[in-house]
Design a binder for this molecule. Structure first.
Ligand code: FES
Length: 179
């Protein structure tokens, strides 16, 4: 009886252990996926075309991308895992490289909010001798300069924001974003 009980106990323990191991085995790939998830994918050779005329300020209903340093965040399900992109005007020369497009994901990689998407970055333009258009991560305060390739202005992040290739068409006032 005691042996039976021990065997049952043993099987119960084994079952619990299997469950734990199972959970561990499942958990490790999830962690690895999560690590992969934060690395933006390589370009698939596809693009989306955005009509910039429609990108207006919510408050004034005026176009918002008319001056250097102005920007919007846009979310596209098929791009950057649905994590919003930051589109910013870095020049006003009516050329195809007037705009830059960055991932809105902070590269500090330490803050996961709802659905593991990091806290949104907020756009802020600062004018001084050196013009910067900085976005600030609301998590630990890292700052990035959108006028200078998304480079880090202030840590703890060390890497610049991931940049997406984009191409402005001044005639059509559209922006192609490649992904
Ligand atoms: Fe952005 Fe930490 S996650 S500063």
């Amino acid at each position: 009886m005691e042996i039976k009980f021990s065997r049952r106990l043993f099987l119960k323990k084994l079952s619990e252990l299997t469950k734990t191991l199972g959970a561990t085995i499942v958990f490790i790939p999830i962690l690895s996926c999560e690590k992969d998830w934060i690395i933006p994918p390589t370009l698939k050779g596809e693009f989306i075309e955005l009509d910039l005329t429609n990108e207006k300020s919510d408050i004034l209903n005026l176009p918002v991308l008319n001056f250097i340093g102005s920007g919007v965040t846009k979310q596209f399900n098929q791009v950057n895992y649905g994590i919003p992109l930051i589109i910013v005007r870095t020049k006003k020369e009516n050329k195809d490289d007037d705009f830059k497009c960055f991932s809105g994901m902070c590269t500090h990689d330490q803050c996961f909010g709802k659905d593991k998407v990091r806290a949104p970055l907020k756009i802020e333009t600062i004018s001084s001798n050196i013009k910067v258009c900085r976005v600030v991560c609301t998590c630990h305060g890292s700052e990035f300069d959108l006028l200078d390739g998304g480079k880090v202005l202030k840590g703890p992040a060390e890497k610049p924001l991931k940049e997406f290739k984009c191409e402005f068409n001044p005639q059509k006032n559209t922006l192609k974003i490649y992904y």
